[in-house]
Design a protein around this ligand. Structure first.
Ligand SMILES: NC(=O)N[C@@H](CC(=O)O)C(=O)O
Ligand SMILES: [Zn+2]
Ligand SMILES: [Zn+2]
Length: 347
């Protein structure tokens, strides 16, 4: 028995496409999305409007001819960011948002912000011009346990920054805790993206029966009660929660290492996993809101005009276990269950 679900074409509000051979290898796997907010944490990072234009052009050139994905660019906020350049890039339609990485919090965040007082002027200019701020919400204080870093960030950084700049529109990226979901529900001018993998794994998946580097990402998956809180938020129909896959490809050699880096590569099977998750929670009718409507509304954009069809079949959907990128391989996220929902593009 097949079952069909047709939704407005979804968007990915948090995606890493990288550059060079990795960009070439991965960008086609996001073809089912209409738009994607592209993260700027390249080495060196995308800091100026001109760099965003150049990166956008490299992405457009790398996309296979039949892929219509529209990259929405971001700038990487540093303590030296030029507010005038940033606002001009936003007004010119070059960028959709600005990304705040606390220095040292995650992959390629070394150029991020250490002293939040140094970016007050830029945040004021962003609030004034209506430029959305996307936040990687973790403190880097070595005294704070890694599983507490998101909750502590809310109290120590996010809430004070929002109070100092009440007009600033904020996306709390890839929330991993009930604390994050509750904070978003309790406040205005803030929404949260939720990844596919954080709806599926908890911290046991990373650590029980051996260390599984392909489940390691940042913020790190938390205990089961938090995963359930994220599932509730994502499937609730609340427009403050939307999809940002945080699909973050890394070469297997960098993941399967004595110091494995953070990131899960979910682009190839994200929509199949999400359909499975929403069906499991009796919320298939809310998948469209989460994946296709809420994020666009938060960013002040219209939903996509066209659709995506998901078909549940008796046989699992096929996806590669690994893909090749230049001389390297990249492991695709394994949800740990077969995926009966097939993505059938209706272009
Ligand atoms: N999420 C991750 O674990 N990694 C991301 C960075 C990020 O989004 O924090 C990456 O760039 O690899
Ligand atoms: Zn992040
Ligand atoms: Zn990310």
């Amino acid at each position: 028995m097949t079952q069909t679900l047709t939704i407005r074409r979804p968007d990915d509000w948090h995606l890493h496409l990288r550059d060079g051979a990795m960009l070439e290898a991965v960008c086609g796997y996001s073809s089912h999305f209409g738009r994607a907010i592209i993260m700027p944490n390249l080495v060196p990072p995308v800091v100026t409007g001109a760099e965003a234009v150049a990166y956008r052009d490299r992405i457009t050139a790398a996309l296979p001819g039949d892929v219509t994905l529209r990259p929405l660019m971001t700038l990487y906020l540093t303590e030296a960011t030029d507010a005038a350049d940033l606002v001009a890039a936003y007004r010119a339609g070059i960028i959709t948002a600005v990304k705040l990485y606390p220095a040292g919090a995650t992959t390629n965040s070394a150029s991020g912000v250490r002293d939040f007082d140094k970016v007050r002027g830029v945040l004021d200019a962003m609030a004034e011009a209506g430029v959305p701020l996307c936040v990687h919400g973790e403190v880097t204080d070595p005294a704070v346990d890694i599983f507490d870093r998101e909750a502590v960030f809310i109290d120590r950084v996010l809430d004070p920054v929002r109070r100092a700049h009440p007009g600033l529109k904020v996306t709390m990226e890839h929330i991993t805790t009930k604390d994050g979901a509750d904070y978003v529900r309790a406040n205005d001018n803030i929404a949260a993206s939720i990844t596919t993998h954080h709806l599926v794994i908890n911290r046991n998946h990373i650590l029980v029966g051996g260390i599984r580097p392909h489940y390691y990402c940042l913020p790190v998956a938390k205990r089961e009660s938090h995963r359930i809180a994220l599932r509730e938020a994502a499937t609730s129909g609340d427009p403050r929660f939307f999809l940002g896959t945080d699909s973050a490809p890394h070469p297997d050699t960098a993941k399967e290492s004595a110091c494995g880096c953070a990131g899960c590569f979910t682009a190839p099977n994200t929509m199949s996993i999400l359909a499975h998750v929403f069906e499991e929670d009796g919320a298939l009718d809310r998948l469209e809101g989460f994946a296709s409507l809420h994020g666009a509304a938060h960013y002040g954009l219209a939903p996509n005009e066209d659709s995506l069809r998901l078909v549940k079949r008796d046989t699992p959907a096929a996806y590669p276990a690994k893909i090749t990128a230049g001389d390297e391989t990249v492991t695709v996220f394994d949800p740990g269950f077969p995926l009966y929902w097939h993505v059938e593009d209706v272009k």
